[in-house]
Design a protein around this ligand. Structure first.
Ligand code: ADP
Length: 582
């Protein structure tokens, strides 16, 4: 394998299209492919649940099976495999653990996922794939870095392997009675005694991953910072602060092939950028299908989510009637806490023409809602990354979001002074702030010139995996130490994070610079940071980064390499490149 190209084993408890309960499945189902496109040899491993559709089971081939020990238990471990969209996928087979009615709601889930984590490590010498990096995800795989540190790293076969642990949602930690650390995981008592795997007197799988992985990532830069505070830290902020040097945020992407308005067969009418009429045809279709008043001019707000407190549903409840008074229609798809399901079902009776409540999981309907809605509401209390706003962008649907986590990093609030922005947002977790933001969005919906511009703009955004996959590549290379890559320690400030404030009124100093510009451009290979900082749109922070980049990577060979500098995306580059020369 070429230098810089790594062997990666991506380990997750769910992955689209095999099994999905939430965003983790989207990530595990699309990031490996993007990493393969970066040139890595990437394999995915998930449990072989009963719920995986037969059409996939029929395609699986047996790789191996043997018996292994889970603490004192003698258990069967089978490994099956298929290749999906170019990604080799291994399935850990053990009927006792995974042939169940539910994938997560089992009394012995600590044992199920201890088995899964250990099985992944045990299968490696047998399946003929030795990864450079094992990339584990969320609490279900939290035991993996712990087991690795406890008894695998010491063996010569495993010693060079590095572990990465990604937190997709810190709220779900996997907390169990302490005796399981010996009884199920079979790890040495000092891990418990040191507090590394213990939180509030319970064995904590999430904390195990955090404390023992070589590097921890989470799914947006904002969330990486937020979870180190007590408000967002879910009790583990101190552990994350301890590991702050090894923690970074890398924004999720989405599959631009799967969520493609031009080709998605689930849509009533497929459409491309600029075809706003066809988008409206999707709205009319979904209005008809859901029994709403059919009117292409009415704003339609979509909401597709797990119906849980995290998603801001108490705000929606608090001002529900006022939301309906804005004249918008509301289309809800989701399942979750009974309190919310019951509330929306009751409201449906009050607003039969303008509210459609669908308490179910339905991927096809979800696509139709993304495509047919004008706005997509996400008033989350916290949101590690959030995928729905990215899917909405793809379908020309404008997100209305609370500024937290990944929502903060991806949605730029519409600014009527400058005309900039990609959505509508509010900062405080407050029902009336949310309501005013919805009202504002509806008022702009009625200004067709502005709205259509917004729709076209968001359809042109690029939240595919490409940018993020490059950041993971950089991380893998850094960890395995074959390149002196500078790790983006605190995260992901690529072009996707376009929330950079650039004052409209130019500072006086710029007048001078403009004159300079006419006579002489500034050289990115020679200029000091202070000279670069003078230029409009650069400022101190970017000037520093450009100079640091140059110091670490040598002179720029072409101007467009500026986009490799942290935080300088295509847009920013276009703005500043005119002022610069090599
Ligand atoms: P989370 O992982 O917290 O649930 P994300 O926004 O990261 O939230 O991802 C949620 C994913 O699940 C999105 O792809 C969304 O469209 C999908 N989804 C959520 N609820 C449903 C549902 N009831 N039917 C279909 N898709 C759903």
């Amino acid at each position: 394998m070429k230098k810089g190209k790594k062997k990666i084993l991506f380990v997750a408890s769910e992955a689209d299209p095999f099994i999905k309960t939430g965003g983790l499945a989207d990530v595990a189902g699309s990031l490996p492919q993007a990493l393969i496109e970066e040139g890595h040899d990437v394999r995915l491993v998930i449990p072989q649940y009963r719920q995986i559709p037969k059409k996939y089971k029929d395609r699986m081939e047996s790789v191996c099976h043997f018996r292994t020990k889970l603490a004192w238990r003698d258990t069967y471990l089978g490994v099956n495999k298929l290749v999906e969209d170019g990604v080799p996928v291994y399935f850990i087979d053990n009927q006792y653990y995974f042939d169940r009615d539910s994938i997560y709601e089992n009394e012995d889930k600590h044992e199920q996922f201890a088995f899964f984590s250990q099985a992944v490590l045990d299968m490696l010498p047998v399946i003929g794939f030795k990864p450079d990096v094992i990339h584990a995800n969320d609490w279900q795989t939290g035991p993996l870095p712990l087991l690795f540190a406890d008894r695998y790293r010491q063996q010569s076969y495993y010693q060079d392997i590095k572990t990465v642990f990604t937190i997709h949602n810190l709220r779900y930690q996997g907390q169990f009675a302490g005796h399981a650390s010996g009884d199920v995981l079979g790890v040495a008592p000092h891990h418990w005694a040191s507090g590394n795997i213990r939180h509030n007197g319970l064995l904590n799988y999430m904390k195990s991953g955090i404390m023992y992985a070589d590097h921890i990532t989470t799914v947006s830069e904002s969330y990486a910072n937020e979870i180190q505070t007590s408000y967002f830290g879910e009790g583990l902020d101190y552990a994350l602060r301890l590991r702050a040097d090894d923690l970074s945020g890398i924004l999720n992407g989405i599959s631009y092939d799967k969520f493609d308005p031009e080709t998605n067969k689930n849509l009533a009418v497929r459409f491309s950028k600029g075809e706003i009429d066809k988008k409206i045809a999707n709205k009319v279709h979904i209005q008809q299908k859901m029994g709403l008043e059919v009117n292409g001019d009415k704003p339609l707000i979509g909401f597709i989510s797990r119906l849980v407190e995290q998603k801001g549903l108490d705000l929606v409840k608090a001002v529900f009637d006022e939301i309906m008074e804005t004249g918008a229609q509301f289309l809800i798809l989701g399942t979750g806490q009974r309190e919310y399901e019951e509330f929306f079902k009751a409201k449906q009776l009050e607003y039969p023409d303008n509210l459609s409540v669908n308490i179910k999981y339905d991927a096809q309907l979800a696509d139709q809602i993304y495509a047919g809605s004008d706005m997509f509401l996400m008033p989350s209390r916290f949101e590690p990354c959030g995928l729905s706003q990215l899917i909405s962008f793809r379908y020309g649907t404008i997100p209305v979001v609370r500024e937290t986590g990944g929502l903060n990093d991806t949605v730029v609030a519409y600014n009527e002074e400058t005309g900039e922005g990609t959505g509508f947002s509010f900062a405080n977790y407050n029902a009336h702030d949310m309501l005013h933001t919805i009202e504002r969005a509806v008022s702009f919906y009625n200004k067709k010139g502005i709205w259509n511009k917004l729709v076209n703009r968001v359809m042109n955004l690029d939240y595919s995996w490409h940018n993020s996959a490059q950041k993971y590549s950089e991380l893998y290379r850094h960890l395995t130490g074959d390149e002196e890559q500078r790790l983006l320690q605190k995260g992901d400030e690529s072009e996707v994070q376009i929330k950079i404030y650039e004052p409209d009124v130019k500072p006086k100093s710029e007048v001078k610079v403009k004159k300079n510009k006419a006579s002489k451009k500034i050289s990115i290979n020679q200029a000091e940071a202070v000279e670069l900082a003078e230029l409009p749109g650069i400022g101190d922070a970017y000037a520093e980064r450009i100079v640091n980049y140059r110091e670490q990577n040598g002179d720029f060979t072409k101007k467009s390499d500026l986009t490799k500098v942290k935080g300088i995306g295509k847009k920013k580059y276009q703005k500043i490149s005119k002022l610069l020369t090599l």
